[in-house]
Design a protein around this ligand. Sequence first.
Ligand code: UDP
Length: 427
Amino acid sequence: MKRIAQISYHTSPVAALGGRVSGGMNVYVLELSRELARMGHEVDIFTRREGDTEPVQELGPRLRLVQVDAGPAQPVEKEDLPAHMGDFVRNAREFATREQHGYDIVHSHYWQSARAGVHLARGLGAPHVTMFHTLGEVKNRARISEHEPRSRIVHERNAARRADAIITASEHERTILTRHYGADETRMHTIPCGIDLELFHPRDRDTARATIGVAAGTPLLLWVGRLEKLKGVDILIQALAEVETPGASLLIVGGDAGAAGLKEELLQQAHDAGVADRVRFEGAVPHDRLPTYYAAADVCVVPSYYESFGLVAVESLACGTPVVASRVGGLISTVTDGVNGYLIPWRCPGPFAEKLDVLLNNAELRANFSRAGRRSVERFRWRNVAVAVSNLYDRIEVSRRADENEAAYDAFGKEALESALLAGGSA
Ligand code: UDP
């Protein structure tokens, strides 16, 4: 069993979900760590301290949250975070020294943590595994969000080239890393994300609707996520205006104060399109209450410009609700067109509206997709993910030891050669 340092520098894995920066990655870090700890590993999750809380919190047996002082103990804009990186790495190392133990693996998440991970792993003499979750190049190519700074791409490239291993959530992400970042194919390992199948399971639709206040007969579309432009909610609102099913309504789950500007824009768009009375903004909803929303909906829509994996689609399928999604990134491997939902190759409203009408008007088709959907996601159990990640940690340690032995052997060979020459022998 190993001592593992998970690095989540820019956002805490226990932060409320659905804000501008807290979503799939937070879920991933926490759930993976929980499962690794259940397997017997000792896991410390390092994050930047954001409030007046105890620096070290026990999250469960063998699982701790280590909040490291770096910059002000309050939320900091993403753009200002790199300035505190040095303090974070230094203080994290000091923590390890104070505790008098090292780590067998440093596993970082997202480019800012990957950057910290490079230095921390070197300082601790441990192998570095990284996972990007999103990539600056992909965001820039989607041309929809704010332009990602050049420095992000440079740090991503550096981490991609120096990490002992990179975990990608999908084959698509792997291709991007090879093509645009020059990552070494042999160091990349595709391990899909996981979901909690005990939490996300089919439930009674009428009860779910009564709980969240939606009338039984309403044709209901659902969107869930971090409210940011890359998620394509604008496409969905326009699609709703083109849907022909009478009374079709849209529930938008996610978004905190940080997303107020985008919410205003979307509200305005809904007004202009004449559908404002059929769009309800629910705000962020705690993760464990989401199954009720998935169960209440007829269809969950994921119109993102890009998703490296797309947990929301899988959660919805696990709850038996079909998904209509963009044909991008990880969604290609979780949504099977015509089996558990539809994949839309064009990121424009018309084709979305067309498939949404098909599903909203055909209860039998929805029921078929629902059964197939649940079956299709059984493979995404957290346990499976954690076992795959744990096996990868083992392999890296073994190959590192082999590299070290080789280096030691080379050094020995060189020494033997030099002493033979000194003694006047021939090599
Ligand atoms: N989420 C949540 N409450 C919300 C909005 C989102 O718990 O109000 C969770 C959602 O259940 C999912 C995650 O945030 O697990 C979003 O992950 P996804 O991979 O879909 O998107 P990402 O945030 O990685 O871009």
